[in-house]
Design a binder for this molecule. Structure first.
Ligand SMILES: O=C(O)CCC(=O)C(=O)O
Ligand SMILES: [Fe+2]
Length: 385
């Protein structure tokens, strides 16, 4: 389904239980909803990979509807404690509070042409990015980031296939640069690595729960996708969006905190500051006058919900039955404080071949990934802060 259909879909759905009727306020040219309007879906039934054939049909239908018509939903029953979600945001804030000299030692731009700089190991796309280094739709994004990817063990098959002997083999898929990287964890702040690793382990479990639900929602067996994500090449972005004055928002060089885009991968989970308001905007149409709903954080029965959205690959392999919805992040407006988020991208295994059945298209994850990551940065016209 195309984006233009989304608004039409939302209107009849607001009266159902998963939508709360929202109040709409005009802000700049955006239509913002001040209350959450996305479906809320409980994944606690999909915690185990053992198929019981006894799943709540109402939840599965709700999920299928959300994936087909909205592309975004709030996940509850994800299994991650509020404490860990909050602690992850807290270490992210502390990381960005480090001196910029320290942060720039781990700059991802230094690893563009080599995974090793001096004694420091890194990798394409990994590490620190200053405000404006990410570019979306030809405009600089107003955020700082620290990107982390799955690290493959030295004897991991996907790494071994790129050893010296094989590196000139033109038949190998070209994801070497992703597969051989290491995260440049800041040595000045060991708690960051410790906490992110804990967050990653829990998020992998949450991702598995949601993918099991998604398999059922596509009328596939619960564990249909298990072998494609059991060694997930996950990505975590730690992001800080500075708060800005309204008059600074319009700029010929800078766009939003994160310009409008669809996520390129499998499933995205957003853990965001609980006081973040009207920042994450989900597009509801694709006409020239864009409209958005705001995916503010919500707490359901004392549990922080994770905002979850479908990425392009999942849309692709379902022949766009499931939608990868465009979204953007608008910087908080002063006097609101800066916003911190830690999106977790639950991705397939780097060497996974993705396909639902003989009639649907296939995709090799690693090859797809490398093209996407290379397009994210503008290093020719670089400006660091
Ligand atoms: O910070 C957020 O809320 C979402 C960021 C985002 O859309 C992304 O990194 O793809
Ligand atoms: Fe995104």
């Amino acid at each position: 389904m195309r984006s233009s259909a989304l608004l039409k879909q939302i209107a009849p759905l607001v009266s159902r239980t998963w939508y709360r009727l929202s109040s709409v306020t005009a802000h700049s040219e955006l239509l913002l909803h001040t209350d959450p309007v996305l479906p809320v879906i409980d994944f606690s039934s999909f915690a185990s990979k053992n198929d019981t054939n006894d799943y709540p049909r109402d939840i599965i239908e709700k999920l299928a509807n959300a994936c087909e018509h909205v592309g975004f939903f709030y996940a509850i029953g994800h299994g991650i404690s509020n404490e860990l979600l909050q602690r992850t945001l807290s270490v992210t804030r502390q990381l960005f509070n480090l001196d910029s000299k320290i942060k720039n030692q781990y700059a991802s731009r230094s690893f563009v042409n080599s995974p090793k700089v001096g004694n420091l190991l890194g990798g394409l796309g990994r590490g620190y990015q200053s405000v404006g280094e990410n570019v979306t739709n030809s405009l600089r994004d107003r955020h700082e980031g620290f990107d982390l990817y799955r690290e493959l063990d030295t004897n991991h098959p996907a790494r071994l296939q790129f050893n010296k002997k094989n590196s000139s083999n033109k038949n190998l898929p070209d994801y070497r640069e992703m597969a051989i990287g290491w995260n440049p964890w800041p040595k000045e702040f060991p708690l960051f690595k410790e906490t992110i690793n804990e967050y990653k382990s829990e998020m992998l479990q949450a991702g598995a729960r949601v993918m099991r639900g998604i398999a059922l929602s596509l009328n596939l067996p619960l564990n249909h996708f298990e072998s494609t994500f059991n060694d997930s090449f996950w990505v975590i972005r730690c992001i800080r969006y500075p708060s800005v004055y309204p008059e600074d928002m319009k700029s010929p060089e800078y766009g939003h905190g994160c310009g409008e885009h669809a996520d390129y991968g499998w499933l995205t989970f957003v853990n965001q500051d609980l006081d973040s308001r009207n920042c994450l905007h989900v597009r509801t149409n694709d006409t020239s006058k864009a409209t958005y709903v705001s995916a503010d954080p919500i707490v359901v029965e004392e549990q922080i919900a994770l905002t979850c959205n479908i990425g392009d690959i999942l849309a692709f392999i379902t022949k766009n039955k499931y939608r990868s919805t465009r979204h953007c992040v608008v910087n908080p407006v002063k006097p609101a404080r800066e916003r911190v988020s830690t999106p977790f991208f639950f991705e397939p295994n780097i060497d996974a071949k993705l396909r639902i059945n003989d009639t649907t298209p296939e995709c090799y994850y690693g090859e797809y990934l490398i093209n996407k990551v290379r397009n994210n940065f503008n290093y020719d016209n670089n400006q660091t802060q």
